[in-house]
Structure formats: C-alpha cells, structure tokens
Design a protein around this ligand. Sequence first.
Ligand SMILES: [Zn+2]
Length: 831
Amino acid sequence: MISRRSVAAAVALFLCLAGVAETSFAQRPAARPAAIPSPKSVLGFTPGDDRTIADWSQITNYFERLDRASDRVVVQTLGQSTLKRPLIVAFISARENILALEKYKDIQRQLADPRLVTQKLQRDRLIADGKVVVTISCSIHSTEIVASQMSMQLAYELATAQDADTREILQNTILLLIPSPNPDGVDIVANWYRKTLGTPFDGKEPPELYHHYAGHDDNRDWFMLNLKETQLITRLLWHEWFPQIVYDVHQQGSNGSRFFIPPFYDPANPNISPVLLRQVGLIGHKVAADLQAAGFKGVLTNALYDTWWHGGFRTAPYFHNSIGILSEAASARLMTPSTVSAEQLTRSSTRGMRNASEATTNFPDPWPGGLWRPRDIMDMELIASRAVLSLAAKFRANYLQNFYELGRRSIEQPMKPDQPLAYLIPAGQARDEAVAKLISSLIDQGVEVYRLDRELHMTFGPQVLQRTNAASEKLGTYRSIIAQTTTMQEVPAGSYLVFLAQPQRTNVLALFEPQIYPNRLTPQGEAERPYDVAGWTLPLQMGVDAPAITAIRESANERKLTQLKDANEVRKDLALSLAKGDESPIKNPVRQPVRVGIYKGSLGNMDEGWTRYIFDTFNVPYTSARDTDIRQGGLHAKFDVLLFPSQRSAEIVAGNAAGSLPAEYTGGITDAGVNNLKDFVTSGGTLVCFDAACDLAIKQFNLPLRNVLEGVRSSEFYCPGSIVALDVDNKNPFAFNLPTKLPAYFINSSAFAATGDGVRVIARYAKENVLLSGWLLGEDKLRGQIALAEVTMGKGRVVLFAFRPQHRGQAWATLPLIWNVLSNAAASGSE
Ligand SMILES: [Zn+2]
C-alpha cells in the first residue's frame, strides 16, 4: 500500500521502471490501495500454461504493478542489460521489513565484515535483529525459460498469502527475487518461441546466442565481471546486500532426472568451508524431501554437478561466505510439453546416476516417463523456492551466526606456514590495461585491494606448480609451492597488495592460487569430465605477475597504504584514460587500420561471442562475416583479415542441417565458401583460426601441420580448461614485446606438429612444467608441440592458434598476440 510507505528507506530504494533514472516516492502518482493483481489478470494467462510465454516487458510490467499494489514488494532497477533492457530485482518481505530495508542492509554489512563488530553484545544484537537475506535468480540461461515465468507466480503468492508458513517467511527473511539476470535472453527466446509456435520448429531452441556476447557462458563470468549483467548483480549482492543464501534456478536436458538439487558431486573446491558444504546439503535435502512429500518423482541429489569451479552464480557465493545452491529441472520444449519414454530414461546416465530409471539412495523414486509439461517444472520450482525460504525463516539466527563466524574466521585465522600473507601486484609491469582490469574485477566483487604509497620490504616468491611424481608419466601429480626468497626485497610505491586477512580470504585464495585438480578416472581408466573448467587462476590468465608474499618487514602502523574504491582510481594511478559512461576506455592496440571480418555462422558459438566482446572492449573495429558473405566470395575486396573463432570444421562448412530450422538459419559456408577462403588467402589475405577452427584450414588447404591430439583417448591425454605454459619466440613480429614465457588457456584444445616445410613457429607448449593451473593428464603429449604458427600461402598467410587466446574474455595474457597479428596483416595489406 503506497500511501503508508512514506519512509526514507523505501523512497531511496524505489527506482522507476519506466526508465526515469531515480524517482522519489513523493513523485509517484498517488495510487489508491487496490487489489493485488494476479499474473493472470495482467498477462491473460497463468504463467506456466502450455504454449504461453511472457516476454521481458510483460514481466517487468507485472512486477511494476505488484510494487504499486503490495506493501510487501518493492522493485528496484539495477541498471541496463547489454542490449539496454532494465535489469530488475524485487525485494519481498513483511511490510515492516520493507519499510526498514536500509536498517537491514546495514545489519548485513556489519555481519559481512566482523571488523565492524567490536563487542559480543553488538554481535548478539545484530543476530537477534537481522533477517536472512535470500536471493532467488531465475533463467540466467534463457532457454531454461520456465523460472522467469515462475518468478511472477512466486512473487504473487508471497504478496498475497496469509498462512502461517508464509507469514514466518515474510517476517524472518528478505527475498531478493531476480526474474532473470539476462533480460535480453528472455526476449530472444520469447520472440523466437512466438515466431515458431505451431510451425514444424515449435519448441526448438533459437539458433543464436541468448546473450549478445556470452550465450550460455553468461554464467561463467562471476569473478571476471566482463558482462553488464554480472557487474550489476555483483554490486547488489556483494557490495550492498550480502545474501546468506543464493538459489540459482536452472533446467537441464529432457531425458534424465526430473529435478536435480544438491548435495553436489565430487570434487569439492578445497577453499570452500565445510560448514557451507553441509549447509548446502541441508537445504538440498529439505527441497528434495518437500518435493517427494508433494508427490513428485525423479528427484536426484549427489550427481553430475560439482563445486570445484569458480565463476557461476551458485559458486561465487561460497567465496563470499554464503550458501549457493542450484536446481536443474528437466526441460520441456521451451513452453511446449514433451513426451519422454521409459527407454529414453533408461539410456540417460551421468556421474552419480547409472540411469534415470533405477532407484538408488540418491535417486529413490524414479519417474516412469510420459508427458512432461512446463507446469511440472514450475510447480517443482515453486515448491523448491518455498522450501529454501521456509528453512531460512525457521533457522534465521543460525544462518546469520554461521555467516558472521565464517567472516570472522577469515580475518582471524592464523597464518599457516604454506599460506601466504598477501598477494602482490608489483608496479611497472608494462601490462597496465591488464593490471587495471584485474584490480577493478577484484574491487567490483568486494575484494579489498591496497596501493603502496611508500615502498615496503617483503619476502616473496612465485607460487607455482611442481610435478612430483614423474615415475608415472601419464598420471603425474602436482603440488603447489611457494618458493620463498630468503632476503627481504624492496617493493616500490605504486604496487598493489591483496591481503588474505579479509572477509573474502577464500575468494582471494581461489582467484590467486594455482588450482590442482585431482586425477579422477572412470573405472575404465578414462578421464572423468569435470562439470566445468579445472583451472582459472586470474592473474595467470591475465598475464599479470602476482607473487605470494610471506612476510612484510614494516609493522602495520609503519605502512602507508590506500584502499582502492573503484576502477578509475586504478586507471588514474596507471595514467590510463578514464572510463566514461558505458564506453570502454581502452585505446585500440592495433597499430594500423585493418579490415577485420569475424566469422559468425548460423549456430550460436560462444567463442565467436567472446571474440566480439574482446574486440569491442579494445575498440578494435570489425564486421561479422556471415555464411552468405563467405559463399559469395570476393573476400579480398572486403577484408584484410578473416578470423574464425573456435568451431568444428564440419559445423562451419555444413551449418545447421536443411529442415532442422527455418531456411535462413541452415547451411554453412559450403565447399564454395572454402574455395573463396583459399582465394582470399592466396591473393594476400590473412586467415586467423582459433583452436578447433584450425582443422578447417589444415585439412582443406593441405597445410603441412597435424593436430597430434586428434583421436587421442582421454586415458592418454586430457586437459579440460586449464592454464598451460608457452615458450614464445619474441623476435617474431606476432610476439613483439612479449615475454618468452606466456600462460595460455587450453580447453580440450589442439597441439600441432609440422609435417613439411614452410611452417613458421611463433610459440610452442613448454618443454617442461607445462601445467600452470588446472588438470593436465599426459603432459608428454603436449611438451614442445606447436601452439601458434604461421603458414604462407600464395601472397597471403594462415595464422593458427592451437589454443583459445581470448577464452571467455579472461585470457588477457595472450590478447597481444591477436593484436600483433592484426597489426602485421595491415602492414602486409598495404604493400
Ligand atoms: Zn542452466
């Protein structure tokens, strides 16, 4: 009821959805207390009905009306998505909590940083007064569309229900409900679904990326913060509200379990507190039990999804002392029902589930198959959301206490001999843009970073991986060592320090340490695939030197340090141009104008999206070269460089099969396109291929190279998303000004051997100590093989990157190689 909400807190929170920047409460039209509108009364259908879909303007419109009509709901616009849609969050709680949101935000801030709590009495009062803050986020993956529709129903029920359980939830928790952290994707899917409904393509997923740059990788960005959406939500969660529980609502494939909920599968990330893992399990089992009690079958726990990887919506919370869970409901066909046969279930297997029709302790009640509707998904997600909130409400003080204690231990934990005191980012690295980006990513996720205003003396050494079991060449094991120097060294002013003694201690470790993924094999001896990548160490990926510090001579009082608050502060320090508004402040690093075409096929390709992201971020101009462009030919008149992001050769040539999608989305570059590419190169063009796309050039143009990893079994070689060392020939113009050792991102990538003359090698995988972070099984297969090469063809050339030089917009260490290739292509083009 708006007329009763005249409190500064609520005023400050309300941001107008209509796009006006910030509207004060007083300016809002005086609405009369009205009945709370149901989703059906606004949309014309009940969310979750077969073959209905609400797009983003309908969803935001509904939440705007709910905000107006209910004194339990306040909606805030966080900012704009990549394609300029409003990104919103709904705060849902009891009226008296909504009126005092600023007070609760302040309590959360103190619980999140126990250094602000000086007395036991103060702590006890915070825990007695506080509310459990819960975030539920829906449909980050846009084809997993049902949760975005569910969000309206959940909000409506919480805004209207009067039962005891709901009242307890409203009293004891504050829900931050995010209808979707990817608004652009909701519309991409809604538009596509409406266009294809009732056609032969009804229920098929759209062929384009559902995030402008990242597609499915929009949930791989939660420590790098490349995307607008992750930046905005990270600010909300880890600078303002510090939720104790984050629930990320997903869907999985159609033919397996009906619903996955934690506990998770192995391996667990060693930096995650065991208390958190147990709390994750407790919530998961509550959800599973409530689903079972409601009569749902096919609920799976302890399978497939692990907690190793950092960077997801549900994994980032662990490194902020919070609980992160996800659920994965079986998908229908977007909003169209599907039918699943018993036989399909029998064939469906994954880590922790032999098949989807066999009862086991972690899967006690298999679903028999049959019709599967969006309504089934939505009902399960509603029950799961309720279960999470209900548990949070019942054990309110317990959640707050645990959260506070984790923060306290992070600060007070005594130093272990094998753990550093801090990480140092030394001044004068000649990688200023990378340093600025690294530090701003850290600050943006709430990690404390200090600048040295005066020199300090430190003992330090690089933290590196060392192979410890050379006896087994294939199954070599690794350990992390800090090669401590024996003498204090002077560290100049202008360097940066990241101390471990801060609430986010585990986040600092998870981002700066090399990861050592355990050797996990199937009973058949093949590598057991991790859920996502095995290694991601951020300074390594970015090519920034960040040694571990084990001692500082000066006492805390003698140090002159300034805590950095934002990215521009760092940019100013490094004399870089400052960010204004939305534009990337980075100067185009390509030394001459060059006409670049980035291949964009008819299949959404995340590597292509990240390539565009990097070019846009560095302000390097390009156009997208489509299948029709390549098929038409005359490429040399339009482009100096054609760049093929990583994609399988067969996909590039054939594209989507005829009849699988509307005609405009089918067909690849075809054999004619391959010939046009050949003409392009022989008449002077530069063809650049990343990783899997190299295969196209090597085989179609008969280049004197062979991928030595092709067809090798995972029992012999496996490297699923890890950082490896390159030896670089920095006399080659492509490696101009680069160190002779570079970290590179390898994700089931390639390695070449020359099979004839004419191969100019710019970089090879290192001859020893190849793995820098992650998992590498069968290192011998990689040692000394070609990682970056150039082959001349006629008047032009083909440049082959065996790895991903721009992986997920994170691998800044190897970006200069791309810019150098472009600079030299321009030079040769103007001959
Ligand atoms: Zn998903």
